[in-house]
Design a binder for this molecule. Structure first.
Ligand code: SDX
Length: 426
């Protein structure tokens, strides 16, 4: 089996090593390409470029496979909890009962947010987007929790604080945006139930915990927990490579996730389905627009850089739509439109030729709507789910002896040397 490739350039032959992963994936290691040949590679969007080796998540885009630390996401969605999946991603194995219980207690002990932070929330304009608020507030956490003595202590406490407080911060921005009293986390509620209670409990109508909804949120966050080197995870790794504190690196990840081509797609899908509904349910017009190269419109929630098959998470999310809507006795016309749109698109040559299938964002908004989550908080929900993945990937980069400051090169195509012209001669 070849473990090198040959490159012939300007009459010279160079040998470059091949790296083979545990699932047989292969890469050309170009770590020494420039010193050896003077060449760099060029790959806009990094579609053909690996940034690291990783043991956290495996995806096979052609087969629609997704595994966290080797465990298929379908099994985790069926049998695990979000907290157990958090432990798996960050520590590399499933926890014992005692370890899981200890993590749950730590999260409860660290779920409060410094009262002074509420003043920050109060001063954001009411119409501020919750993703902008979350990114700012996560960055602000460093000001309230300065660096600890040892790196290990710093990492463990910061990770706990982030994972626990992110729920409280998200719910706070929702309550304050509505001018409602902030609801504090309760020590008697577990992770997901606590979040729903902080979101929807009110002095006039106490929130009734619905175990089916709690389970749906558990699964929702399991499905979002990691996805190897996507845009926002790469942002966390790149910003983290400068050895800035974790709060700042995660804040960068939240900002990267916000975009409609990435995590912001779940909000864009609901807006698209609502527009189709206003257009008399004419989903065929949306399909024609998506195919028209002169029209910038894209079918939101469809297509993926890696998956060229059905996103396994979308399959689970679609089933969850039926389950949650049935349980809540909700008939959401947007779900019917989504299903008709999917069926028509998957029969259309354009989508099959480009291997465009529903991704996780296509159905996730329907579930969140049914839970009562406002549309502008959908990507915040994605961010809470992805936080353990960002943290696991950041920690892995710290432990990687090959990891160094991220600094890509470029090919310059601007003007060659020109002289300065004094202003009175221009
Ligand atoms: C997430 O990376 C991750 O893992 C991300 C994520 C995660 O968990 O972290 O999975 C979460 O971000 C999912 C993706 C959510 N975004 C959307 O649903 C937005 C709609 N999707 C597209 O914008 C697009 O599919 C991307 C951005 C997701 C991927 O695009 P690529 O890989 O850059 O592919 P491309 O844009 O080069 O598309 C190839 C062709 C193009 O046609 P040509 O210009 O070559 O003729 O397919 C077309 C595109 O126009 N195409 C679409 C389309 N997606 C791609 N045409 C219509 N509708 C679409 N949705």
């Amino acid at each position: 089996m070849e473990d090198t490739v040959k490159l012939i350039f300007e009459g010279k032959t160079y040998e470059l090593p091949i790296v083979t992963g545990s699932e047989g994936e292969k890469a050309i290691d170009i770590s020494n390409l420039r010193p050896m040949t003077g060449l760099i590679t060029l790959d806009p969007g990094y579609a053909n470029t690996g940034s690291c080796t990783s043991s956290i998540t495996f995806m096979d885009g052609e087969k629609g496979i997704l595994r966290y630390r080797g465990i298929p996401v379908e099994q985790l969605a069926e049998h695990s909890s979000f907290l157990e999946t958090v432990y798996l991603l960050i520590n590399g194995r499933l926890p014992t009962k005692a370890e899981l219980n200890n993590m749950s207690v730590l999260f409860n002990d660290n779920s409060l947010v410094h009262e002074d932070m509420q003043i920050f929330y109060q001063n954001f304009p009411r119409a501020s987007h919750p993703m902008g608020i979350l990114s700012s507030m996560v960055n602000a956490l460093r000001s309230f929790y300065p660096e600890l003595q040892t790196l290990e202590e710093e990492i463990n406490i910061t990770v706990t604080r982030l994972l626990s407080k992110v729920r409280t911060m998200a719910a706070m921005s929702y309550k304050i945006s509505r001018g409602h009293k902030v609801v504090y986390p309760r020590p008697d509620l577990k992770y997901c139930a606590n979040f729903l209670n902080m979101m929807f409990d009110t002095p006039v109508k106490p929130y009734r915990i619905d175990e089916d909804l709690v389970r749906a949120l558990d699964v929702f966050w399991i499905l979002h927990a990691d996805h190897e080197q996507n845009c926002s995870t790469s942002a966390v790794r790149l910003v983290g490579s400068g050895r800035v504190n974790l709060y700042a690196a995660i804040s960068a990840g939240i900002a990267a996730l916000w975009g409609p081509l990435h995590g912001g797609a779940n909000q864009a899908v609901i807006e698209m389905l609502s527009d189709i509904q206003k257009d008399g349910g004419n989903y065929r017009r949306a399909i024609e627009r998506a195919k028209d190269k002169k029209d910038p419109f894209r079918l939101m929630g469809f297509g993926h850089r890696v998956y060229k098959a059905y996103d396994p998470r979308a399959r689970i999310m679609k089933k969850m739509c039926d389950k949650v809507l049935f349980k809540l006795k909700i008939n959401d016309p947007l779900l019917d439109i989504a299903k008709e749109l999917e069926e028509a698109a998957l029969k259309d040559d354009y989508f099959t030729e480009y291997n465009l299938y529903p991704n996780i964002d296509f159905y996730s908004g329907i579930v969140l709507r049914a839970m009562g989550i406002p549309t502008n908080m959908f990507t915040v929900m994605f961010a809470i789910g992805r936080l353990p993945g960002w943290i696991a990937q950041w920690k892995e980069s710290l432990d990687d002896p090959k990891w160094k400051l991220g600094r890509p090169r470029q090919i310059y195509i601007g003007p060659t040397q020109t002289d300065y012209i004094p202003i009175d001669q221009r």
